[in-house]
Design a protein around this ligand. Structure first.
Ligand code: GLU
Length: 458
């Protein structure tokens, strides 16, 4: 009797404690809905940890975890091809360095604001922790829109951005990389300006570099490949495989392209992909060489694919999630898949969802997947292959070495398998077998939390 009463009291008080943290966070970070969403999902998973191990709430641990160590906002002025001055805003949120130097990408997209960078930086803490490698969490970017800009404009923007950022980064301090709108070309211009200002070739300061100057093989493919390795493990847990499976991959950027490549290698038929304007249906599978030519070489829209490939159709109405599939891999951007889309996927028989993008499913969508027992791999676990391979690039830079494709890919494969197993094991340990959201959040959290507790109140 007293036991039950005590237990109920504890449950009550943990609930109340979490609500209090969350309400205060929303007040102090007003107008940042994506950041609130990312924090709430983690806090919900932590209730069960705090019930069992209340010491994780000691020393203001949760409040400290939700408050970035440092947030930088700066002006990025540059001159366009017409000679006009343009002004953008640059960000770097150095969220948590308990496990290692801040690590995370830079996003160049007009939707970027402080709240978006904070949500991405917060997710990055747990993702990086799950990789098992010594990297803290950070994220940055700008509201600069690379679409339609000339090469020279991109270069001038990157040089101006780095002119401010360079004093805040370094191989032991903060190591940026790419994200949406930042690929090999941008990392090249950013690194060039960093090298010039630092007056040294400090290759470990940025990842995603070109292969001739400190880059790693597999880094380009890593997020997409890793996503498919994770999906493969998730299916294997049910005795299923990708061979012959019908797969939807949303997006058509770097993550989507290499997810399609690896899924096809494992025998899947990829029946559709998309861009921000519309989506294509490819019932017989995607011609990957054609897709790469359109997106990577011509930097064209996805509609061009349907114009040029027989059997493919382009749609600007409805959504890619209307297609019937076995596996859905959202690889475009945050909140691209809502509750209705999720219900549609469930109704048409989809059984596996893994996130290649960061937080592409809304909270409602995740709820639908969990209720219907869909195996769901959250981004912070399923897309960790990109940053994990960045950490492998840092290892190669530190030892002035470069590894073969096969060796690096094998390391990535093992890391993704271990991440899946950590999610699986942790979910089961806390009585939520098969709930990889709980598994990822708790496994990612505990390592960072233990490090923070050991290092004192800082
Ligand atoms: N932007 C990627 C991510 O969301 C990669 C970050 C990195 O390589 O540092 O994890």
């Amino acid at each position: 009797m007293t036991d039950i009463a005590t237990k109920n009291d504890e449950v009550q008080s943990v609930d109340a404690q979490i609500s209090e943290y969350y309400n205060r966070l929303c007040q102090r970070n007003a107008g940042e809905p994506e950041f609130h969403q990312a924090v709430l999902e983690v806090l919900e998973s932590l209730k069960i940890v705090l019930e069992n191990d209340p010491h994780y709430a000691d020393y203001g641990l949760i409040q400290r975890l939700c408050e970035p160590e440092r947030q930088l906002i700066f002006r990025v002025p540059w001159v366009d091809d017409q000679g006009e001055v343009q002004v953008n805003r640059g960000f770097r949120v150095q969220f948590n360095s308990a496990l290692g130097p801040y690590k995370g990408g830079l996003r160049f997209h007009p939707s970027v604001n402080l709240g978006i960078i904070k949500f991405l930086g917060f997710e990055q803490i747990f993702k990086n922790s799950l990789t098992g490698l010594p990297i803290g969490g950070g994220k940055g970017g700008s509201d600069f829109d690379p679409k339609g800009k000339s090469d020279a404009e991109i270069m001038r923007f990157c040089q101006s951005f780095m002119t401010e950022l360079h004093r805040h980064i370094g191989e032991y301090r903060d190591v940026p990389a790419g994200d949406i709108g930042v690929g090999g070309r941008e990392i090249g211009y950013l690194f060039g300006q960093y090298r010039r200002l630092a007056n040294q070739h400090e290759s470990g300061t940025l990842t995603g570099k070109g292969l001739e100057w400190g880059g790693s093989l597999v880094r380009t493919e890593a997020t997409g490949y890793g996503l498919v390795y994770f999906t493969k493990e998730m299916m294997a847990a049910d005795g299923k495989s990708l061979n012959g499976a019908k797969v939807i991959v949303s997006g058509s950027g770097n993550v989507a392209i290499y997810a399609i490549e690896k899924a096809q290698e494992f025998g899947a038929v990829v029946i559709g992909c998309s861009d921000s304007q519309g989506w294509i249906h490819t019932p017989d599978g995607i011609d990957l060489e054609k897709l790469k030519e359109i997106k990577e070489v011509r930097r064209d829209r996805i509609s061009a694919y349907a114009d040029e490939v027989e059997g493919a159709t382009y749609h600007s109405e409805g959504s890619i999630w209307d297609l019937e599939c076995d596996v859905a891999l959202p690889c475009a951007t945050q909140n691209e898949l809502d509750g209705e889309h999720a219900q549609k996927l469930v109704d048409t028989g989809c059984k596996y969802v893994a996130e290649g993008a960061n937080m592409p499913s809304t909270a409602e969508a995740v709820e639908v997947f969990r209720k219907n027992k869909i195996a769901f791999g959250p981004g912070k676990a399923a897309n960790a292959g990109g940053v994990a391979t960045s950490a492998l690039e840092m290892q190669q830079n530190a030892s002035r070495d470069s590894w073969s494709f096969e060796y690096t890919d094998e390391r990535l494969h093992v890391i993704m398998r271990n991440i899946f197993r950590a999610c699986e094991r942790t979910a089961a340990e806390y009585g939520h077998e098969g709930d990889y959201v709980i598994g990822a959040n708790i496994a990612g959290f505990k390592k960072v939390a233990d490090a923070m507790l050991a290092q004192g109140v800082i």
